[in-house]
Design a protein around this ligand. Structure first.
Ligand code: ZN
Length: 172
C-alpha cells in the first residue's frame, strides 16, 4: 500500500487532518509536520566464478519468498554503497569482496509490512576471493552458481532484479 493511504494520522500530534502535500509528501494541518517519502538506497551484486557462472540466491523471506535474487540489501544510514555491498555479500554468502565496479541503477518498489517502499537499487560487478567458500546465511535459503547462458529473468521475483538480469544478459 502507498504510504499516503497507509499513514492516516499525523505521527507527531495524531491529528486526522494529515493530508496530501504533494506527490511524495503529506502534511499535518494542525501542527504543520511534513513527511516526505524518498527512495531508500539498496545494493545488489553480480559475482562470477571462473566458469562464467553467476552467484544467485533463493529468497528465504517475504517479499517474493522462494524466487531467485542477487546477493545484496539495503544501505544503512551513514554507510557508503560500497561498504554496503561488502557487508551484505559477507553476511549473505560468506565471501570477501576484493574489487567492485558500479554498473547501473534501477528504481524498485519493495513491499514490506503492507507499505510500498520505493528503493533505488545500485548494481555492482564484484570480484571475490575463495569462491568455493560461498555458503548461505539465514537471508538466503540456498546459493547457486548458474551459467550466464542459462539465466532466466522470469525466475527472479523482484522487478528491478529481473530487469537487471535482463540487462546483464544483453550486455555480456
Ligand atoms: Zn500533527
Amino acid at each position: 500500500m502507498h504510504f499516503k493511504q497507509l499513514f492516516r494520522y499525523c505521527p507527531v500530534c495524531s491529528h486526522n487532518r494529515f493530508v496530501e502535500n504533494d506527490e511524495k509528501s503529506k502534511r499535518c494541518e494542525k501542527c504543520g509536520f511534513v513527511f516526505y517519502q524518498n527512495p531508500s538506497a539498496a545494493v545488489a551484486a553480480f559475482i562470477l566464478n571462473d566458469n562464467n557462472e553467476l552467484l544467485v540466491c533463493r529468497r528465504a523471506r517475504q517479499p517474493f519468498i522462494g524466487t531467485l535474487d542477487l546477493p545484496g540489501g539495503f544501505v544503512d544510514a551513514s554507510e557508503t554503497a560500497e561498504q554496503a555491498v561488502k557487508r551484505e555479500i559477507k553476511e549473505e554468502t560468506n565471501l570477501d569482496v576484493t574489487t567492485l565496479n558500479y554498473l547501473f541503477s534501477l528504481p524498485n518498489i519493495y513491499p514490506y509490512s503492507n507499505l510500498d517502499i520505493p528503493t533505488l537499487d545500485l548494481f555492482y560487478a564484484c570480484k571475490c576471493t575463495d569462491k568455493e567458500k560461498a555458503r548461505p546465511s539465514d537471508d538466503a535459503a540456498e546459493l547457486y552458481w548458474i551459467p550466464v547462458s542459462e539465466l532466466n529473468p522470469a525466475q527472479f521475483g523482484l522487478q528491478s532484479i529481473r530487469k537487471a538480469i535482463t540487462h546483464y544478459i544483453s550486455t555480456c
